[in-house]
Design a protein around this ligand. Structure first.
Ligand code: SAM
Length: 200
């Protein structure tokens, strides 16, 4: 028997009917877990080095992101983003943590385009390194959210100004130390899950 999941129908135990070098046939026998949807939380992050970007996608899946969006900011200096590879990492991470849902990894989008097209019903938890050491909390507003993590070089002044002006964005601090982007992604998801997500 093998366990199958496709991100829509929960997990199923299946038996192998036929196995060949190029493909095979499985028969679903019984459902072993229901589909468990994550909270309505997206992770938006500026890609960094390959291994660390892989880490962000893996941890975002484990932590319960519903969608993962790479964003190209002014100071993003990553090479080509291989969305298929990242999607495969999300599948592996879901398998590893017993999840039945796989977040979709989107193609990278420019920061300006992301902001121009943003639907304001979804709040943005804007992790602003310029607030390191300041006080401030995530507002207790339920509903759809996205976490935004900048690149190694941080946000540009123009990006920061635009985010601070947006009514739907809440600038937050992740403590007194400047964290690496991959650490910041995990820390921000922990904070959000603890106060507004499915840990709360
Ligand atoms: N080069 C930037 C600097 O020295 O100020 C640091 C950028 S940091 C490596 C990458 C991203 O992690 C930031 O853009 C921000 O989104 C997040 N981040 C890291 N530490 C943070 C903190 N203490 N508070 C809020 N966000 C933080």
């Amino acid at each position: 028997m093998v366990a199958l999941f496709n991100g829509r129908d929960g997990e199923w135990q299946a038996e192998i009917v036929e196995a060949g070098k190029r493909g095979g046939t499985l028969r679903c026998v019984n459902q072993s877990a229901l589909l468990q949807m994550p909270p309505d939380l997206w992770l938006i992050f500026a890609p960094i080095k390959k291994a660390r970007t892989d880490f962000i996608v893996e941890k975002a899946t484990e932590m319960g992101a519903a969608r993962i969006l790479p964003v190209m900011t002014e100071y993003t200096n990553a090479g080509r983003v291989q969305v298929d590879r990242l999607q495969a990492h999300a599948v592996e991470a879901a398998e590893q943590c017993g999840g039945t849902y796989v977040p979709r990894v989107e193609a990278p989008v420019k920061f300006r385009v992301l902001m121009d097209q943003w639907a304001p019903e979804r709040r943005i938890m804007f992790c602003d390194e310029a607030l390191a050491g300041a006080s401030g909390r995530l507002p207790e507003v339920r509903g759809p959210w996205a976490i935004l993590i900048g690149p190694e070089g941080g946000f540009s002044d123009a990006e920061r100004t635009r985010l601070h002006k947006a009514d739907y964005a809440d600038a937050v601090t992740l403590g007194p130390r400047i964290l690496r982007a991959d650490t910041a992604a995990v820390a921000a998801m922990t904070l959000w899950q603890q106060s507004l997500g499915d840990w709360a």
